[in-house]
Design a binder for this molecule. Structure first.
Ligand code: FES
Length: 170
Protein backbone atom coordinates (compact mmCIF):
# COMPACT_ATOMS: atom_id res chain seq x y z
CA UNK A 1 0.00 0.00 0.00
CA UNK A 2 1.38 3.38 -0.98
CA UNK A 3 1.21 6.47 1.21
CA UNK A 4 -1.32 8.01 -1.21
CA UNK A 5 -3.73 5.09 -1.27
CA UNK A 6 -3.52 4.86 2.54
CA UNK A 7 -4.47 8.52 2.84
CA UNK A 8 -7.32 8.08 0.35
CA UNK A 9 -8.69 5.11 2.33
CA UNK A 10 -8.48 7.13 5.52
CA UNK A 11 -10.31 10.06 3.92
CA UNK A 12 -13.02 7.74 2.61
CA UNK A 13 -13.57 6.31 6.08
CA UNK A 14 -13.51 9.73 7.70
CA UNK A 15 -16.08 11.01 5.20
CA UNK A 16 -18.32 8.00 5.71
CA UNK A 17 -18.18 8.30 9.50
CA UNK A 18 -18.76 12.07 9.31
CA UNK A 19 -21.77 11.54 7.07
CA UNK A 20 -23.18 8.92 9.39
CA UNK A 21 -22.77 11.16 12.45
CA UNK A 22 -24.38 14.11 10.65
CA UNK A 23 -27.32 11.94 9.70
CA UNK A 24 -27.62 10.71 13.27
CA UNK A 25 -27.50 14.17 14.85
CA UNK A 26 -29.82 15.80 12.36
CA UNK A 27 -32.05 12.82 11.69
CA UNK A 28 -32.98 11.70 15.19
CA UNK A 29 -34.53 15.01 16.32
CA UNK A 30 -36.26 15.35 12.96
CA UNK A 31 -37.64 11.82 13.18
CA UNK A 32 -38.74 12.39 16.76
CA UNK A 33 -40.53 15.63 15.83
CA UNK A 34 -42.21 13.83 12.95
CA UNK A 35 -43.24 10.75 14.87
CA UNK A 36 -44.10 12.15 18.28
CA UNK A 37 -47.73 13.06 17.47
CA UNK A 38 -48.30 9.39 16.67
CA UNK A 39 -47.33 8.46 20.21
CA UNK A 40 -49.00 11.39 21.88
CA UNK A 41 -52.37 10.41 23.25
CA UNK A 42 -54.21 13.26 24.83
CA UNK A 43 -57.64 13.03 26.31
CA UNK A 44 -59.02 16.50 26.14
CA UNK A 45 -62.17 17.46 27.99
CA UNK A 46 -65.13 18.02 25.73
CA UNK A 47 -67.96 19.86 27.39
CA UNK A 48 -70.92 19.93 25.04
CA UNK A 49 -73.46 22.71 25.42
CA UNK A 50 -76.85 21.03 25.47
CA UNK A 51 -79.15 23.99 26.04
CA UNK A 52 -81.01 25.94 28.68
CA UNK A 53 -82.13 23.74 31.56
CA UNK A 54 -85.73 24.87 31.43
CA UNK A 55 -86.15 23.68 27.86
CA UNK A 56 -86.01 20.04 29.02
CA UNK A 57 -89.42 18.78 30.10
CA UNK A 58 -89.47 16.42 33.08
CA UNK A 59 -89.74 12.73 32.18
CA UNK A 60 -89.45 13.45 28.46
CA UNK A 61 -86.08 12.26 27.10
CA UNK A 62 -84.49 14.69 24.68
CA UNK A 63 -81.88 13.84 22.09
CA UNK A 64 -79.13 16.27 21.16
CA UNK A 65 -76.89 15.62 18.14
CA UNK A 66 -73.52 17.25 17.64
CA UNK A 67 -70.35 16.90 15.61
CA UNK A 68 -67.42 15.49 17.53
CA UNK A 69 -63.95 16.33 16.20
CA UNK A 70 -61.26 13.78 17.00
CA UNK A 71 -57.54 14.25 16.40
CA UNK A 72 -55.48 11.11 15.99
CA UNK A 73 -51.87 12.04 15.31
CA UNK A 74 -52.14 14.11 12.10
CA UNK A 75 -55.61 13.00 11.12
CA UNK A 76 -58.64 15.01 12.15
CA UNK A 77 -61.98 13.24 11.87
CA UNK A 78 -65.49 14.53 12.37
CA UNK A 79 -68.23 12.21 13.44
CA UNK A 80 -71.84 12.65 14.35
CA UNK A 81 -72.55 11.85 17.98
CA UNK A 82 -75.59 12.19 20.16
CA UNK A 83 -76.63 12.18 23.78
CA UNK A 84 -79.98 11.65 25.50
CA UNK A 85 -80.99 13.91 28.37
CA UNK A 86 -83.39 12.82 31.07
CA UNK A 87 -84.68 14.75 34.06
CA UNK A 88 -87.40 13.94 36.52
CA UNK A 89 -87.63 17.32 38.19
CA UNK A 90 -85.99 19.81 35.81
CA UNK A 91 -83.13 20.31 38.29
CA UNK A 92 -81.04 17.19 38.21
CA UNK A 93 -80.13 15.63 34.90
CA UNK A 94 -78.88 12.34 33.57
CA UNK A 95 -77.13 12.51 30.23
CA UNK A 96 -76.49 9.26 28.38
CA UNK A 97 -73.97 8.66 25.65
CA UNK A 98 -76.08 8.01 22.54
CA UNK A 99 -74.29 4.78 21.64
CA UNK A 100 -75.72 1.44 22.69
CA UNK A 101 -73.30 -0.32 25.04
CA UNK A 102 -73.52 -3.52 23.00
CA UNK A 103 -71.97 -2.56 19.65
CA UNK A 104 -72.53 1.17 19.47
CA UNK A 105 -75.70 1.57 17.41
CA UNK A 106 -77.80 4.65 18.02
CA UNK A 107 -80.80 3.74 20.14
CA UNK A 108 -84.10 5.61 20.02
CA UNK A 109 -86.99 6.49 22.27
CA UNK A 110 -89.82 3.99 21.97
CA UNK A 111 -92.65 6.17 23.25
CA UNK A 112 -95.25 3.39 23.22
CA UNK A 113 -93.20 1.12 25.45
CA UNK A 114 -91.64 3.95 27.46
CA UNK A 115 -88.09 2.67 26.95
CA UNK A 116 -85.00 3.27 24.87
CA UNK A 117 -84.72 0.67 22.16
CA UNK A 118 -81.69 -0.28 20.12
CA UNK A 119 -82.67 -1.38 16.61
CA UNK A 120 -79.55 -3.42 15.87
CA UNK A 121 -80.08 -6.40 18.17
CA UNK A 122 -83.23 -5.35 20.02
CA UNK A 123 -81.70 -4.06 23.21
CA UNK A 124 -83.93 -2.23 25.69
CA UNK A 125 -82.95 0.30 28.35
CA UNK A 126 -84.79 2.05 31.16
CA UNK A 127 -85.33 5.78 30.59
CA UNK A 128 -84.69 6.88 34.18
CA UNK A 129 -81.70 4.73 35.05
CA UNK A 130 -80.33 3.48 31.74
CA UNK A 131 -80.53 -0.09 33.09
CA UNK A 132 -80.69 -2.94 30.59
CA UNK A 133 -84.25 -4.27 30.36
CA UNK A 134 -83.62 -6.82 27.63
CA UNK A 135 -81.40 -7.94 24.77
CA UNK A 136 -77.63 -8.36 24.54
CA UNK A 137 -76.22 -5.07 25.93
CA UNK A 138 -73.71 -6.04 28.64
CA UNK A 139 -74.14 -2.94 30.82
CA UNK A 140 -76.46 0.04 31.35
CA UNK A 141 -76.28 3.10 29.16
CA UNK A 142 -73.16 5.15 29.76
CA UNK A 143 -73.85 8.28 31.78
CA UNK A 144 -71.76 11.40 31.25
CA UNK A 145 -70.61 14.04 33.72
CA UNK A 146 -72.91 17.05 33.69
CA UNK A 147 -72.74 20.61 34.91
CA UNK A 148 -75.02 23.61 34.87
CA UNK A 149 -73.57 27.07 34.37
CA UNK A 150 -75.71 30.20 34.10
CA UNK A 151 -78.78 28.09 33.44
CA UNK A 152 -77.12 26.12 30.64
CA UNK A 153 -76.72 22.34 30.78
CA UNK A 154 -73.40 20.85 29.65
CA UNK A 155 -72.18 17.26 29.41
CA UNK A 156 -68.59 16.09 29.26
CA UNK A 157 -68.66 13.87 26.21
CA UNK A 158 -66.72 10.59 26.23
CA UNK A 159 -66.92 7.32 24.37
CA UNK A 160 -66.55 4.04 26.22
CA UNK A 161 -65.49 0.54 25.22
CA UNK A 162 -68.33 -1.41 23.72
CA UNK A 163 -69.50 -4.95 24.31
CA UNK A 164 -67.99 -5.31 27.79
CA UNK A 165 -69.58 -5.19 31.23
CA UNK A 166 -67.19 -2.57 32.64
CA UNK A 167 -67.55 1.06 31.71
CA UNK A 168 -64.08 2.10 30.57
CA UNK A 169 -63.31 5.28 28.65
CA UNK A 170 -61.83 4.82 25.19
S1 FES B 1 -75.83 -2.65 19.17
FE1 FES B 1 -77.52 -2.27 20.49
S2 FES B 1 -78.30 -4.21 20.91
FE2 FES B 1 -76.60 -4.60 19.67
Amino acid sequence: MTMDSGRRAFLRWATAIGGFLSLLFAGVPAARAFLSPAFRRTREEKWIRLGEVDQFDPEVPTKVDFVDTVKDAWVETRRLRSVWIYTEDGETFRVYNGRCTHLGCNYFLDEDKGVFQCPCHTGFFDLKTGAVLGGPPPRPLDTLDVKIEDGILYARYQDFHLGVSDKAAV
